[in-house]
Design a protein around this ligand. Sequence first.
Ligand SMILES: [Mg+2]
Length: 207
Amino acid sequence: MIGHSSPVADLHFYVDVDDVLAETTRALARLAQERFGKRVRFSEMNVFDLSVSLGLGEEEFPEFMAAAHEREFLLGLAPVSGGARTLVRWREAGAKISVVTGRPPDSRPATLAWLERQGIPFDRLDFVDKYARYSDPKMTTPQQLLDQGYHTIIEDADATALYWAQNTDARVLLYDRPWNQASEAEAHGAIRVHDWAEICEFADPPS
Ligand SMILES: [Mg+2]
């Protein structure tokens, strides 16, 4: 920890990547259409499980997920408007930024390249087994991040937002997406936000 006297330096932000900083699921819907012939509207993707929301069969899903983590796919993701600009401002104010993703760890090089290309600054980049997907004992678990002392958490995955709302004092902001409309996290104090302008209303460091 750097010993700034300003309280802003004590603020630690947790920022998810997919569907908070990157328009990932819109791109996944296009991928499912182009490669698998699935025609699903983004607004109709009202469950978190992509195999369900995109109607991908058991035999298609592994191939789809592999395509979804290809370097070119990840590098081509559009940024969510206002995200990079806000994180630059927060970090210049002295806050600490943790980018926390549930992507597989082998997508780290492509994720780093994307963050750099988008001009997104951060102090940590954590690959976390948010959904208990990988059963890899070497992977970071959410429990291992409990001592990070996050001040604000920005997530779109309702189960993940719920975990932080229940287990920390952090302010939890739930990024409004079709798959989190029925939210348990909200019932436990998470605040629904619709864009980065609204995130700033709740999370801007004191100036
Ligand atoms: Mg996400």
